[in-house]
Design a protein around this ligand. Structure first.
Ligand code: MLC
Ligand code: AMP
Length: 504
């Protein structure tokens, strides 16, 4: 018995005096100091009564303390459940209850709103603020700076990440030590990360991209990160000259390109820019190369699978494609309706198999069976096509999903809130192009025959229930939704009709 993540990604650097984190205020944190902090959190979560396999949910800002808490959970065998800081108490309530988390950690400003939820779910509520204050870090400081490493099987869970679903009900993706470690090792090799790398880290750490890909690839190499609390152009421009690599969603790249300070000179020290989580326009790829001389490396992944494909490091990085399957990852393309294998060149659903693929959905065996085949292939729901050289291109989505600035929004979840409001007969929520976020949310509402729809009331209901990034940026009230001859709402017609709402 061992603890795969600890043994592979943490143990080698425990005593290292190399810098792990460069912070926005100029402070640096060395590996040895950081892992002392990790051990204190490992001792604390054990003292709080969490046993191996128990869940700790955290809705907290991004800070070195949050990262130390996460790795402390790994060391203590506890399953980490990170939550988007934008989630409303109503959303958090579902996650805490569904996961059975025994501890909920939040910012002090959210304590009052979350207390009734913690009480109802029988979870202890602790605080951790972005500046490192709060009841959790205060108690951690009283702990010893070394801790036992709790043994876990490679298939035991390390993290539980909730992802929304087409039915509107979120599903907890169970990620094991094997899933996360195998992906980190493969990506480190493929993208040639080394201990002298300094990764610009401006992503949130409650999702796969920032928490696993960015952080674990850095740990696999023993490198450093410029660890910014969030995307911030000023800070990025001032730290870029010391960075060697960056990972971001496409919005990061379009925002950088919109800033005249972002020049080839600023990126002189960089060796690699990576993009993922949403489609990168070929146009952005081209503009980026014109401005900096760098070709962005685009890769593709999912919460359930971690990373599955990547453009090559050394070979041609082909714009508009997500490259080839990663070493150790098998892919196949199947017909959406029948699941039958399709010949190369045809458009179908991408399926993925390998150590990267998750264990299934928490407490949802039926959902798991629907999406994870018995033979180990996971049905991603992304529509893809392979070109003649084997590059995979994402051509659409078989699932009703909007990706805004790298955040996923399932229309069903928004429609359910709107449908409950007075005067609303039915709604169709669609994604339309947006210059900053790639896509954004439009709600098309059909009213009941004699009612008037009160838009202010609608917006209030949305605000009470849903995180800000899911809110429609435009509401359109019409008499009836367009339907095809089968009676199915034609979302494509709506997407087409409103496609220029936000574009000049
Ligand atoms: C913030 N807002 C958003 C938003 N982010 N609205 C829609 N979509 C988003 N992504 C809201 C804010 O609440 C604010 O509301 C308003 O929009 C403008 O905010 P901003 O200041 O412009 O946004 P900012 O804070 O700068 O955030 C934008 C962003 C951020 C793109 C930097 O969203 C981000 O870091 N995205 C990365 C998401 C990510 O890591 N995804 C990976 C998922 S893992 P108001 O009205 O209050 O002003 C995955 C697997 C894989 O997908 O393959 O990687
Ligand atoms: P999530 O559920 O948040 O992990 O989001 C996963 C989804 O993001 C995938 O199913 C894809 O639809 C999308 N995605 C991730 N990377 C890319 C990419 N490089 N290009 C297009 N879509 C992507």
């Amino acid at each position: 018995m061992a603890n795969l993540i600890f043994d592979t990604l943490m143990r080698p650097w425990r005593k290292s005096e190399n810098v792990f984190l460069y912070l926005q205020d100029g402070e640096t944190i060395r590996y040895s100091t950081f892992f002392g902090r990790v051990a204190r959190y490992a001792n604390l979560v054990t003292e709080l009564g969490l046993e191996p396999g128990d869940r700790l949910a955290a809705q907290v800002g991004k800070s070195p303390e949050t990262l130390a808490l996460y790795l402390g959970c790994i060391q203590a065998g506890v399953v980490f459940l990170p939550l988007n800081t934008a989630y409303t108490p109503a959303e958090v309530s579902y996650f805490v209850e569904d996961s059975g988390a025994r501890v909920l950690v939040c910012d002090t400003t959210c304590q009052k709103g979350l207390m009734p939820i913690a009480q109802a779910c029988n979870a202890q509520l602790m605080t951790l603020n972005e500046d490192g204050s709060g009841s959790l870090p205060a108690q951690a400081s009283l702990q010893r700076a070394d801790a036992p490493v709790v043994a876990r099987n490679d298939d035991d869970l390390a993290a539980l990440l909730y992802t929304s679903g087409t039915t509107g009900r979120s599903k907890g993706a169970m990620l094991s030590h094997r899933n996360l470690t195998s992906n980190a090792r493969v990506l480190k090799e493929l993208w040639q990360f080394e201990d002298r790398d300094v990764l610009m880290h401006a992503l949130p750490i409650y999702h796969t991209h920032g928490l696993f890909v960015a952080t674990f690839v850095t740990l696999a190499a023993g490198g450093s990160m410029v660890f910014l609390p969030k995307f911030n152009l000023d800070a990025m421009c001032s730290f870029l000259p010391q960075a060697t690599s960056m990972m971001g969603v496409p919005t990061f790249y379009t925002r950088l390109l919109d800033d005249p300070r972002f020049t080839a000179d600023l990126t002189k020290n960089m060796r690699l820019f990576i993009s993922g989580s949403a489609p990168l326009l070929a146009e952005t790829h081209r503009q980026f190369e014109d401005r900096t001389g760098h070709r962005i490396l685009e890769r593709y992944g999912m919460t359930e699978t971690n990373m599955s494909t990547s453009n090559p490091y050394d070979g041609e990085r082909r714009a508009g494609t997500v490259g080839f399957p990663l070493p150790g990852v098998e892919t196949r393309i199947t017909a959406p309706e029948t699941g039958e294998l399709l010949p190369d060149g045809e458009i179908g659903v991408l399926e993925v198999r390998g150590d990267n693929v998750f264990n299934g959905y928490w407490n949802m065996p039926e959902k798991t069976r629907e999406e994870l085949r018995e033979n180990g292939f996971f049905i991603t729901g992304d529509l893809v096509q392979k070109d003649e050289d084997g590059y995979i291109q994402i051509v659409g989505r078989g699932k009703d999903l909007i990706i805004s600035g790298g955040f996923n929004i399932y229309p069903k979840e928004v429609e359910q809130v709107l449908d409950d409001q007075p005067g609303v007969l039915e709604t169709a929520v669609v994604g339309v192009p947006h210059p900053d976020f790639g896509e954004t949310v439009v709600a098309v509402i059909a009213r009941t025959s004699d009612d008037v729809v009160d838009l202010e009331q609608l917006k209030e209901a949305v605000t009470a229930k849903l995180a800000k990034f899911k809110h429609p940026r435009k509401y359109v009230v019409i008499d009836a939704l367009p339907r095809n001859t089968m009676g199915k709402v034609q979302k494509n017609a709506l997407r087409d009709e409103y496609k220029n709402l936000f574009m000049q």
